[in-house]
Design a protein around this ligand. Structure first.
Ligand SMILES: NC(=O)c1ccc[n+]([C@@H]2O[C@H](COP(=O)([O-])OP(=O)(O)OC[C@H]3O[C@@H](n4cnc5c(N)ncnc54)[C@H](OP(=O)(O)O)[C@@H]3O)[C@@H](O)[C@H]2O)c1
Length: 376
């Protein structure tokens, strides 16, 4: 999960999140009937997983009825279809993430929704379109919402539901990290830890599509062999246990595979240090997550003798710093890979909104190789 970054951008993020939430919940009770009328019977039960305090997600999150505001001229009425439970969602509820919404807040940052009705001045979307959030903090764990057109971006509605629901964060992160830090050519190598995570699986698939080798590090577990087969089936070149990084046998691997130009670190601690040791001279290590909650230690020798670059990446910041056109073009490329069957959603367990407590508990367990996805 993420180290606490709260101080860094709390103030900036609070404003945008608060604006969205206050808009969504203004005139709460008066608007349930408006939503029911507009969206038809299926949307009548407008429910949301809300939290009023930060803390343990399975304790502070409650399933509540929420009303919706009237549809403004530039608003979109959506029916949420599916939304994953990501580590950042958990951290946000715990109050330790870089984006901390004003409370009460609706959980969830990612997901796919179907447009039900559009305001009179909306030009870019129509009923039936599928949309995903452009930014973090939207509160996707709910059955319906009225949102500003500018907060949403369309995705094709003929891709698998789970791919659409998990498209906006992890595949975008993988895509950017493979594109923006090193000039990777076919035949080059990338090493990554947390290789079975949502990000890790997207890295494997996008890299394989570009002819890039991946060395994938996962924690040991009883079903290591099965997981290794599964990752190889989606394009992993090598799958190794964390312990193997420290053993001399790793030298064998580099007899047939070039030393990596890029290391992707979603774990931190010793695991990150080991990735650094295997980088090419002048290579980059990009940290995007800190699941072990341990700091990254950079050996002096890696800096002096290998001049490695130690970088970081946050997809939320990338989206804020880049135009809608750049985001749309990346999503087009990713959706094209999805349609060709090259990029698939990570292994997911679909759960109903009512089963949220068990799903939140499961999402916090180690060695859960299935992502929990709320299907509304
Ligand atoms: N910077 C960004 O823009 C960005 C974007 C997306 C995600 N992230 C971050 O990336 C990380 C992964 O997210 P995700 O949605 O891909 O995760 P996910 O699919 O839920 O998977 C979690 C991964 O973390 C691993 N893990 C958990 N605790 C660990 C530990 N103590 N040591 C080593 N590995 C551990 C798990 O391995 P096991 O299977 O062995 O338990 C699993 O591979 C999170 O920290 C998330 O916040 C960052």
């Amino acid at each position: 999960m993420w180290p606490p970054l709260r101080a860094v951008c709390q103030r900036v993020c609070r404003r945008s999140v608060a604006a969205v939430l206050s808009k969504c919940f203004r005139h709460r009770d008066a608007n349930v009937s408006h939503f029911s009328h507009s969206a038809g019977r299926s949307a009548q039960a407008c429910k949301a997983l809300m939290y009023r305090n930060h803390g343990d997600p399975s304790r502070v999150v409650q399933l509540e009825d929420v009303g919706l505001p009237p549809l403004g001229a530039k608003d979109i009425l959506v029916k949420m279809l599916a939304a994953p439970i990501n580590p950042s969602d958990i951290n946000m509820i715990q109050g330790t993430y870089a984006v901390v919404p004003d409370l009460p807040a609706v959980g969830g940052n990612e997901g796919v929704a179907q447009v039900v009705e559009v305001g009179s001045q909306v030009k870019s979307l129509k009923a039936g379109d599928w949309v995903i959030p452009k930014d973090a903090g939207l509160g996707t764990w709910r059955t319906g919402a009225v949102l500003p057109e500018d907060d949403l971006i369309s995705v094709p509605n003929d891709i698998p539901l789970l791919s659409a629901a998990t498209l906006g964060v992890n595949p975008c992160t993988a895509f950017r990290m493979l594109s923006d830090f090193e000039d990777l050519k076919p035949g080059d190598s990338v090493i990554q830890n947390a290789a079975n995570s949502g990000v890790g699986q997207a890295v494997i698939q996008i890299a394989a599509a570009r002819g890039i080798n991946t060395i994938n590090v996962i924690r040991d577990r009883p079903e290591f062999t099965q997981l290794s087969y599964r990752l190889k089936a989606i394009g992993a070149s090598h799958v190794i246990k964390e312990e193997a990084l420290r053993k001399p046998e790793i030298k064998e691997l580099f007899k047939t595979c070039p030393k990596p130009k890029l290391a992707l670190n979603g774990v931190g601690g010793k695991s990150a240090t080991e990735l650094l040791r295997h980088l090419q001279v002048g290579g980059s290590m990009v940290t995007y997550g800190g699941m072990s909650k341990q700091p990254v230690t950079v050996p002096v020798s890696a800096l002096i003798f290998k001049d490695v670059k130690v970088r970081g990446f946050w997809v939320t910041q990338w989206k804020r710093d880049h135009s809608q056109g750049e985001l749309a073009s990346m999503l087009d490329e990713l959706c094209s890979l999805i349609k060709q069957g090259i990029l698939t959603a990570p292994a997911c367990t679909e759960v109903g909104l009512q089963e949220y407590r068990a799903a939140l508990d499961t999402a916090m367990q180690p060695f859960t190789s299935n992502k929990q996805v709320l299907v509304m």
